[in-house]
Each structure stands twice: as C-alpha cells, then as structure tokens.
Design a protein around this ligand. Structure first.
Ligand code: ATP
Length: 256
C-alpha cells in the first residue's frame, strides 16, 4: 500500500493560537480513512491545508509522492485530489441533472469559440456528459428527482448530489467533510453504500471527517484521532473505542 496523501510535520497558527501542531498523517491509497476528534481539534483546518484552501506555516503535503504544498486547490484538483463540492447557491435553480452536467472542467460547450465554430463537437461533448450524468444519477439513487431544482432537494439528497458531482470528475481521492450532518437515516444508508461502492468497485480513496460515529464505524479503517492539532492515536475503530486517552479526550473534554 502507498500513502496517496502524506502530510509531514505541518504547523498552522491563527493569531497566537497553534491550531495544527507538528501534525503528520498518511492516507493509504484505496482506504476509507476516518478522522475524528473533539470540537476544535483542528480537523477542518487540516482538511483546508490538504485541499489547499490554507497554506501551512511549516511542513509539507505530498500527494501521490509529489510535494503539493504550494499548489492551489484547483491545481490539486487537476492532480486528482478533490473536496466534495457544496451545491453553490447559484446552482440551486438548476435541476439535479444539470448540476451534474456543470462539473466537467473542460466541457467543449463552455467555449464560445467552440459553440460558434465547432457545434458538432459541442453537441457530441454534451451528449457524452449527459450520458455520464444519467449514469451517475442512477448510481446515487436520485433518478426520480433528476429534473427537480437542486434547491428543492432535501438535505440528504443534496449530499448525495454532492457525492455525484465528485463522480463527474476524474478525481479519485476525495475529502468528505461531515457529509452525514443533517441527513436522515435512510438517505445516510444510501450515502454510506455509495461511498463503499465507489471505494470497492471504482478504486476511490476517501478521507472522512465525521461526527457520526455509526458512520465512522461502518465505513472507516483506519481511524485517526486528532486532538489539539496533532494525531493522538490511529487504528481500527475497535482500537480507538477502547483507547483510554481517546475516551478521556471525548468524554473528559466534551463529546464531539
Ligand atoms: N480562520 C480562522 N481564524 C482563526 N481561528 C480559526 C480559524 N479557523 C479555525 N480556527 C480555530 O482553530 C481551532 C480549530 O478549528 P477547526 O475548525 O479546525 O476544528 P474542528 O476539529 O474541525 O472542529 P469542529 O469539530 O467543531 O468542526 C478552533 O479553535 C477554531 O476557532
């Protein structure tokens, strides 16, 4: 197994507060790695450092063996590292299917030059994207609401659509930030099932921040526990749940 994400001795402070503290983690290719920790442990900050939304004060982030510390989020995305898309406000008036069709970055139809001078190529590209979007919407179980405006979908359906949007790209390493929040149990089952299938059948690697321990227990191995900006312990969910330091961090300092 190779570490597809390799974070080395990273530090980040806001004002005088050290939020990420000499933190090193690695995510094995093909794994669904979970990340838990008490509120304020630095999980979202670490995600932002991996995705490129924040720059570290020191330390490095490697992706697939390459130092990506100074790359922009978009450059990281081009290399195959992706954070789930939120359904942006401006897309809420488009249908679920159209939201999927908006994702591919180099859709020929987006270029005015192509629209004027290569209409056949644009049509061909659109047909391809539409076919893929229909496959994805079937996969995520939203075929019945494909023509609904994205803004009218339930919270859980929006999460499924967000996951679907990652499938419209070539990215195979996906950072999921609290995807279970606000999702009802039935749709949560679909979401977990889809993540498992993407992992098993299509080779996706996931790094998952989650407060929902059921979801972590069902999906993730290994699980990394972050506390005060560094890794407290890493292991299987059973090892984590029986670790006295973890119990203390969670139940001694407020449950996450
Ligand atoms: N942009 C920022 N400016 C200043 N402080 C910040 C900033 N982002 C995060 N922090 C602080 O850094 C600490 C870690 O926050 P972070 O959101 O990374 O934790 P978390 O583990 O994701 O927490 P939660 O589980 O509550 O989402 C918190 O004390 C937070 O207030």
């Amino acid at each position: 197994m190779t570490a597809i994400i390799d974070v080395r001795h990273i530090n980040k402070a806001f004002g005088g507060m050290q939020v990420i503290n000499d933190c090193s983690i690695h995510v094995e290719e093909g794994s669904i790695t979970g990340m838990i920790g008490p509120n304020g442990a630095g999980k979202s900050t670490l995600f932002n450092l991996i995705a490129g939304a924040l720059a570290p004060d020191s330390g490095q982030v490697f992706f697939n063996g390459e130092d990506i510390t100074t790359l922009s989020p978009n450059q990281r995305f081009q290399k195959g590292l992706l954070r789930t898309f939120q359904i942006a406000h401006e897309f809420s008036h488009m249908s679920a299917l159209e939201n999927l069709m908006m994702v591919p970055p180099d859709q020929a139809g987006e270029s005015l030059f192509n629209a004027w001078f290569k209409p056949a190529r644009v049509r061909e590209e659109e047909t391809k994207v539409r076919r893929r979007a229909l496959e994805v919407i079937d996969f995520i179980g939203l075929h019945h609401v494909r023509n609904e405006l994205a803004g009218n979908l339930s919270g859980g359906q929006k999460k499924l659509l967000e996951l679907g949007r990652t499938m419209m790209t070539d990215a195979k390493v996906v950072l999921l930030d609290e995807i279970a929040a606000g999702v009802n149990r039935t749709l949560l089952g679909d979401l977990v099932g889809n993540i498992e299938r993407l992992n098993r059948e299509m080779g996706y690697t996931f790094l998952v921040i989650e407060h929902d321990m059921d979801m972590i227990a069902r999906l993730c191995d290994p699980v990394i526990v972050l506390a005060q900006g560094s890794v407290m312990v890493e292991g299987s969910i059973e090892e984590i749940q029986n670790n006295p330091a973890v119990i203390e961090a969670y139940f001694g300092a407020g449950a996450a």
